[in-house]
Write a protein that binds this ligand. Structure first.
Ligand code: FES
Length: 139
């Protein structure tokens, strides 16, 4: 049911933890399964210098957050904005259909942390104008 990559990231997740003086923090949850994901970003000169996550949720949610942090670490804000749930799922060699929403949570957590960063720094990040993490997004 799960790919080797999902299992590997689930057993051995990257970038677990929190960043004390994070520049942006995002927390999202899925009302149906009750899983919660929190992402911390350290941003310098528009680059994501560090990223950590805490996920209280299923194995796919943990694997998705682990992969999402790997995909945005060292990237620019613009590149991080382009991270889709599909890209996360693809990087994991796929997720079962009933687990696709776990990767949606990862995309939303990243965007939510970027939104927090943009608000704290009074900047506009293109693509976040209509982002509302409290809405149930379907991709
Ligand atoms: Fe809901 Fe995985 S079952 S995030």
């Amino acid at each position: 049911m799960y790919t080797e990559k999902v299992m590997e990231h689930f057993r051995n997740p990257r970038n677990v933890g929190e960043i004390e003086d994070a520049d942006g923090v995002g927390e999202v949850g899925n009302a149906k399964c009750g899983d919660i994901m929190k992402i911390y970003l350290k941003i310098e000169n528009g680059i994501i210098e560090d990223v950590k996550f805490k996920t209280f949720g299923c194995g796919s949610a943990i694997a998705s957050s682990s992969m999402a942090t790997e995909l945005i670490k060292g990237k620019s804000i613009e590149e991080a904005m382009e991270l889709t749930n599909k890209a996360v799922a693809e990087a994991l060699d796929g997720l079962p259909a009933v687990k696709m929403h776990c990767s949606v949570l990862a995309e939303q957590a990243v965007k939510s942390a970027l939104l927090d960063y943009s608000k704290k720094n009074n900047i506009v990040i293109e693509g976040l104008e209509d982002f509302n993490p409290d809405e149930d997004h379907h991709h």
